[in-house]
Write a protein that binds this ligand. Structure first.
Ligand SMILES: [Zn+2]
Length: 240
């Protein structure tokens, strides 16, 4: 991943922002303000909610990184970019249990943060409406993040968990990786197809923009799965 700049270290792990992150930050903030363009309160709340959302993504990646490091998988840096975040490991897991724990830590963290915001929403509901509104949004988005990441296709967390379970059961790392990548590719094609159907048919009041976004995520996942595939094929040849 190219153009990213460093913001310093968190727990000894370098934290980087990719330039595409600014695009998603502006998109999220603007969509939260809309249509209250002239309300300073909405702007402040939207920016705060956006920052808290990206702090949640950072916490998700940090959970992967810290659990990984505790299990012998050192993490060099965390980068936030247009599709969320990614942790750069210095090497792949050599034991399925380490991989399983590291992969599960992210969604577990998002679920916990989602639960915390749901609690804040419950307490502030009817007392401080704007705080409750923000907490409610953050609860939903963090739980959605956990659920989305649990889709069992590589390179999503669920795909890594799926691979780790297969790997532990069969003892075959390469074959487990390839299978998880094939599921990942299937998921990517379904996202692209879903995106195109949304653009053409607008079901459930979804807009062309939602469709574009879904297709775009599918395209990104497909590319990431293909890159993992080439790498896995290459290491298969190298070890044969
Ligand atoms: Zn994750």
């Amino acid at each position: 991943m190219g153009r990213a700049f460093s913001l310093g270290k968190v727990f000894g792990i370098e934290f980087r922002l990719h330039y595409t992150w600014f695009v998603i930050f502006i998109l999220v903030t603007v969509s939260l303000v809309s249509p209250h363009w002239l309300s300073p309160l909405y702007w402040i709340m939207a920016i705060a909610a956006s920052l808290l959302f990206f702090a949640s993504v950072l916490a998700h990646e940090l959970a992967h990184s810290l659990v990984g490091r505790a299990n012998g998988i050192p993490v060099k840096s965390i980068t936030l970019f247009i599709f969320g975040g990614g942790a750069l490991m210095t090497r792949e897991a050599t034991r399925p249990n380490a991989e399983l724990k590291m992969a599960a830590a992210g969604p577990a963290c998002s679920l916990a943060i989602g639960g915390l915001f749901a609690l804040i929403w419950l307490v502030t509901r009817g007392v401080a409406t704007s705080v409750a509104e923000m907490a409610g949004w953050l609860a939903v988005i963090n739980i959605a993040l956990a659920v989305f990441n649990m889709i069992p296709g590589f390179p999503l967390d669920g795909g890594r968990i799926f691979r780790a379970i297969l790997w532990r059961t069969t003892g075959n790392y390469q074959r487990s990786t390839l299978l998880a990548i094939w599921v990942g590719r299937g998921v990517a094609y379904l996202f692209i197809l879903g995106g195109i159907l949304i653009i053409l048919l607008h079901p459930f009041g979804l807009s062309w923009f939602d469709g574009m976004w879904l297709a775009f995520i599918g395209w990104f996942l497909g590319n990431a799965a293909s890159a993992s595939y080439r790498q896995a094929r290459w290491s298969e040849t190298a070890t044969d």
